[in-house]
Design a protein around this ligand. Structure first.
Ligand code: DC
Length: 208
């Protein structure tokens, strides 16, 4: 079974995808990490994020350790959002995502375009959302817990800018697949969000 989990930044899609992978014993790929790895590569190579060709060169990400804590930085996230609008970047990263989705036994992938582009054939598709304010507060609390000083209003502005870029781009924009089930995590405790996700997958699961 392929499970596609899409949604905007800090919606809870990563937490839900990891929990689903544990629950169903499936491998999980956080596809945002690939875009972040390309972004980090680009920053380290000193290349221009405005150039599609430079960004495409940075997609040779084999030398980036996907556990590198710098991948989680706001800088990497922001550059990732910018370069992910380039068709050449999406093209360069599509193969490893499709390969992962095609693993025998299935997989869980989370991102922005899993249900629409990477795995339109996924049996279960979730689109995870939460209000801008809730997502900004979550991100802000994560930053503070990591000892970083940030203003809530700056984090909110950043989240909104990122949503705007991710949704307005013409290449694989962030949008729910027609057959996706929506889960709004704004007022849901983590355990309730996970339970709602499992219930949604169960409704779609091919009967054994
Ligand atoms: O989920 P994230 O914040 O780690 O993703 C970082 C950026 O990567 C996000 O702003 C847009 C891009 N991305 C994408 O375009 N498609 C995906 N499937 C995953 C991420």
């Amino acid at each position: 079974m392929i499970i596609a989990v899409d949604g905007p930044a800090a919606s809870g899609k990563g937490t839900i995808a990891r929990a689903l992978a544990r629950h169903y014993g499936l491998p999980h790929m956080d596809t945002g990490l690939l875009y972040r790895a390309a972004a980090l590569n680009l920053l380290r190579m000193g290349l221009e994020p405005e150039s599609e060709f430079a960004a495409a060169r940075a997609c040779d990400i084999d030398q980036i350790d996907l556990g590198d804590p710098d991948l989680r930085s706001e800088a990497a996230g922001s550059v990732a959002s910018r370069i992910s609008a380039f068709p050449l970047v999406r093209q360069a990263l599509i193969e490893r995502q499709r390969h992962f989705a095609a693993l025998p036994g299935g997989a869980v992938l989370d991102g922005r375009d899993i249900g629409t582009v990477i795995a339109p054939n996924a049996q279960a598709k979730l689109f995870v959302t939460a209000t801008d304010e809730v997502r900004a507060r979550r991100r802000w609390e994560e930053l503070r817990a990591a000892g970083l000083d940030a203003r809530l209003e700056d984090v909110l502005a950043d989240i909104r800018a990122r949503d705007q870029r991710d949704s307005a781009r013409s290449a694989a924009p962030l949008r729910p697949a027609e057959d996706a089930e929506r889960i709004d995590t704004s007022t849901l405790p983590v355990e309730a969000a996970i339970a709602a996700a499992i219930a949604a997958v169960e409704r779609r699961r091919p009967s054994a």
